[in-house]
Write a protein that binds this ligand. Structure first.
Ligand code: GLY
Length: 372
């Protein structure tokens, strides 16, 4: 006999959940939108412009974001992504990437991939050509070679300088290395003049940059999310990860659900910044699930950042060392980006391109305000 009580209860629960579901389903017609992190050397602007060009030409949303981030992966000046990325503690560049394709609901990722300038293309091949979700290290490189990719040296003169600076000056700062737990304290300041002798042939600006990245290991990345007029979405995150990391370290970028998540019934999200802190809140997945339950992209991203702050007992002194950003694009085209820190000259930017407005930067909202 049919259990009418259960049916009534189910119907009531459905009705209770309805307002939240309506918040993300009763939207106007989708439009072409691409968002990305900003990145140096106009990387984000070029990335979104390229992705929008592919979308407007009728291309697939995943092909669009791959073509966009390829520009940044191949730019030797961006030391946080692809070719020219800062290496691990052995001086070897290891790249991480994940991608998701909304229409097929599939994902692909590579971790600690060496010798290939464009990990995005390999992650896309994992998605398209295999029954797996993620390949790492030696296996990922072997896989790339099967598809004709050439193994190359990914270090540039610039990234090699930074590696030498780190090796020579910073390996033992404050008495410990990455083999210790925790985030390092501030190092002793150095005078550029003292360093000139050891690094002849480089100008002061280059030496100052190398010193800065040696003492403040960066973990920049590019995340890009796309939506077309059919409501199809894709997303990608690609990075060289944290500079001077232990060989084999994977951050959040190749972790589907961490540095990237997409469900085109709701939207997509991605992250840049310190991957370890993002992974502790499964950030991109959290942002999308927040949107599923009715939050705006801005609220969803800020809520994920609040969870990160909670992991530090909201202690702003300890959080100072954390740099983290979330990017969110909802299926109706609404978008936002949120940084953990902002204010007083520290405001971050992200990039947006739409059918009507060329690729441009917009300010991120932020959770915590840096004092002077
Ligand atoms: N979000 C990049 C990384 O931590 O590797």
């Amino acid at each position: 006999m049919k259990d009418n009580r259960f049916s009534r209860r189910a119907a009531l629960m459905g009705a209770a959940a309805l307002p939240m579901i309506q918040a993300v389903t009763a939207q106007s017609k989708p439009k072409n939108v691409v968002i990305s992190s900003a990145n140096s050397y106009n990387g984000g602007v070029n990335c979104c412009a390229k992705a929008m060009e592919v979308i407007k030409a009728g291309g697939d949303t995943l092909d669009a974001v791959v073509a966009g981030v390829n520009i940044v992966e191949l730019d030797p000046r961006d030391t946080s992504v692809g070719y020219g990325g800062l290496p691990n503690e052995d001086g070897v560049v290891e790249l991480d990437c994940s991608c998701m394709h909304g229409p097929t609901r599939r994902g692909g990722a590579v971790g600690a991939l060496r010798g290939i300038k464009t990990p995005s293309k390999i992650a896309q091949l994992v998605l398209l050509e295999t029954d797996h979700m993620m390949l790492v290290g030696e296996g990922a490189l072997k896989f790339a070679k099967v598809y004709g990719f050439q193994e190359e040296d990914l270090l540039t003169d610039k990234s090699r300088l930074a590696f030498r600076m780190w090796k020579r000056e910073m390996r033992d700062r404050n008495g410990h290395t990455f083999w210790d737990s925790g985030i390092d304290g501030p190092p002793k300041p150095k005078k550029i003049g003292e360093l000139r002798k050891s690094f002849p042939g480089y100008d002061d600006e280059m030496i100052a940059w190398a010193y800065d990245v040696a003492v403040n290991p960066p973990h920049g990345t590019i995340n890009c999310i796309s939506l077309n007029e059919k409501g199809e979405m894709s997303a990608i995150t690609t990075t060289s990860g944290m500079a001077w990391k232990i060989a084999g370290r994977c951050g959040d970028s190749p972790i589907i659900g961490g540095g990237l998540w997409l469900d085109q019934d709701v939207g997509g999200a991605g992250s840049t910044g310190r991957g370890e802190e993002n992974l502790r809140v499964a950030g991109a997945h959290t942002v999308v699930e927040n949107m599923r339950h009715g939050m705006s992209p801005k609220e969803a991203a800020l809520d994920a950042l609040k969870r990160v702050a909670r992991n530090f007992d909201n202690d702003e002194e300890r959080l100072k060392a954390v740099d983290l950003n979330f990017y969110a694009l909802r299926k109706d085209g609404e978008y936002a980006a949120a940084s953990l820190w902002g204010g007083r000259g520290h405001d971050s930017q992200f990039v947006v391109a739409t059918s009507d407005k060329a690729s441009h930067q917009e300010p991120c909202v932020y959770l915590l305000e840096r004092k002077a």
